[in-house]
Write a protein that binds this ligand. Structure first.
Ligand code: CU
Length: 152
């Protein structure tokens, strides 16, 4: 009886904790770079590791997004075409358009380090511990009262 109630409380707390942690987990991001007016915008672009950059050619002319060290190369992008690349390693990445050598830009990737749980997450954990504690105490007390009545 007591054990099954405790199990229900424990499962409930566990589920809530999982939901909160899943919700606070930083999602992979996509950042857009426009190719317009024979220029990349924005540049320099500052992003965190794991971010995907998506270039879209807004010009009538054909362009490319090509890393200066050929880490990536979009090939020819005609009007409206897109190209994406995910930056998993921190560093400075200069790039250019193969067709128009004057089109230069840079992506700067920094590693934000391991994500630290927010204060609200700590608050939730403390609240959970308090909730479990009081639940256990109430159930234990009720059990003692019940056994005392039986002993009379
Ligand atoms: Cu170009």
């Amino acid at each position: 009886m007591v054990l099954s109630k405790l199990k229900n409380v424990a499962i409930g707390i566990l589920l809530l904790t999982v939901i909160v942690f899943a919700g606070s987990d930083a999602q992979a991001q996509i950042v857009d770079v426009d190719i317009a007016g024979f220029a990349f915008s924005p540049t320099p672009l500052n992003i965190a590791t794991g971010t995907t950059v998506r270039w879209t050619n807004q010009d009538g002319a054909t362009h490319t997004s090509t890393s200066d060290s050929f880490i990536w190369d979009s090939g020819n992008l005609s009007t409206g075409q897109q190209f994406s690349y995910t930056f998993n390693v921190a560093g400075t990445y200069p790039y250019h358009c193969e067709i128009h050598p004057s089109m230069l830009a840079t992506v700067i990737v920094t590693d934000p380090g391991p994500s630290v749980p927010s204060m609200s997450t700590y608050g939730f954990i403390i609240l959970s511990i308090l909730l479990v504690g009081t639940s256990v105490w109430f159930i234990y007390r009720r059990q003692r009262v019940a056994s005392n009545i039986q002993n009379i």
